[in-house]
Ligand binder design. Structure first.
Ligand code: BEZ
Length: 410
């Protein structure tokens, strides 16, 4: 691994049987992770090798998302003998950090120094926009496993840019009509982290919400990664006369916002809605009762009641002693699409891999079956989720399917 795991990382990695195991072993002992697996195998020169880059935040406000993504990717490899498309994987992991200042050089290193065949990852929309052209110019396929920047797949799509996650505008829009219905004549206040992802999620929500007759009471954007005290914004919301709030926050920022929303007494009066990142995974564990009743939209909850998801949840829990998140699924599915692409003939270089990515069929995922649209964004359903206490812990219950979302370009 190129970037050491943070010492305080809660990751409990079950090692997997591939070349990267040797690299991981150092970080496992450094971060107190689990011992290498009993089923570890050695590299087989007959099967060939694929050098793959993984870029996720291992530091900053989104580090918990990055750990979940690395866990999801590792789990897929572990279940597939450390191979993708029948080739032994040499995994190069770099730290995306909090934004483009750290993410762009890290991605560039994977392409230029490590000369990987393809890259998976990227959480932050601004980072994704910052690295897009480098991938296209170098003909290196990038499979974005989180960042939702609407423009990153371009106007017509690029052969080298693929996404297993969502687009910001689409996930925001999926909740618009539902909130309008629930709030009726009242107005809704919009609040988000101040960067491209938040603006696009709020923009997508607002368009769909207003089209369904909803009224906006006001909008606030809080400095990304540095806002510790939300009280001035909560004061403004209270004074606005809004009847509900829609938000975008993720990771550590989601925890601060949701806890202060409850501490300030808003949770009892103004129902909180948002894109599902605000109550996902470790964020929800930390928010606890503060998040109770929050309604969100997302393309995954670990409670999806299918054999595929139940097995995924059980395997993930056994490996990492935690429930999987949307971030883990998006990375798990990125490994699955690379597996299917690399199994095809003519995938010795970036051009061949990019072509093969366009030839794979629907992906049978823990989230349900989904496929790539015209611009290489996922076509998938979005679910209404509500935070409830079940079996002593807070979970995102699946209320119903909101929309079999079609991005405007599909
Ligand atoms: C984004 O920057 O695109 C993003 C980050 C965290 C959660 C969801 C989206």
């Amino acid at each position: 691994m190129d970037t050491p795991m943070p010492m305080s990382s809660p990751v409990h990695r079950r090692g997997f049987s591939l070349i990267a195991t040797a690299v991981l072993a150092a970080s496992l002992s450094a971060c107190g992770g689990s011992a290498p697996p009993a089923e570890e195998t050695t590299r087989n020169p007959a099967v060939g090798m694929a050098k793959i880059g993984l870029i996720v935040p291992l530091s900053g406000v989104y580090s918990s998302l990055g750990i979940d993504m690395q866990n999801g990717f590792d789990l897929y490899l572990d279940q597939h003998a450390g191979r993708l498309g029948g080739k032994d994987v040499e995994l190069k992991v770099v730290d995306e950090g909090e934004g483009p200042q750290t993410g762009v050089p890290a991605a560039t290193k994977l392409i230029k120094e490590d000369k990987v065949a393809a890259v998976v990852g990227i959480v932050n929309s601004a980072t994704a926009m910052g690295v897009r052209d480098t991938f296209i110019d170098s003909k290196t396929p990038l499979i974005i496993a989180n960042a939702g920047a609407d423009g990153v797949t371009g106007t017509n799509g690029s052969p080298y840019i693929w996404r297993t996650s969502f687009t910001n505008g689409t996930v925001g829009a999926s909740l618009g009509a539902e909130v309008s219905k629930q709030v009726g004549d009242g107005s809704v206040y919009l609040i988000s982290a101040d960067y491209s992802a938040g603006k696009e999620m709020i923009g997508g929500f607002k368009k769909a919400f207003e089209a369904a007759g909803g009224k906006v009471a006001g909008e606030s954007y809080t400095p990304f990664g540095t806002t510790k005290d939300f009280q001035p914004y909560l004061d403004t919301i209270k004074a606005s006369g809004a009847k509900a709030v829609f938000c975008f926050y993720a990771g550590a920022e989601a925890v601060s916002f949701v806890k202060q929303y409850a501490q300030f007494g808003l949770a009892g009066d103004l129902p909180l809605f948002g894109t599902g990142f605000v109550t996902e995974g470790g964020a929800l564990d930390a928010e606890g009762i503060s998040a109770e009743g929050t309604q969100t939209s997302l393309h995954y909850t670990d409670l999806i009641d299918t054999p595929k998801n139940k097995k995924f949840v059980a395997d993930y829990q056994a490996a990492f002693n935690a429930r999987p998140t949307v971030y883990a699924v998006q990375a798990y599915d990125a490994a699955a699409v690379l597996d299917a692409a690399l199994a095809r003939p003519g995938t010795a270089d970036g051009r061949g891999i990019a072509r093969a990515l366009g030839e794979i069929g629907p992906i049978d995922s823990p989230r349900g079956s989904w496929g790539f649209g015209r611009k290489h964004d996922p076509v998938q359903p979005y679910y209404l989720r509500k935070v409830e206490k079940r079996g002593g812990r807070f979970v995102n219950t699946l209320v119903r399917e909101l929309t079999r979302a079609k991005a405007p370009d599909l």
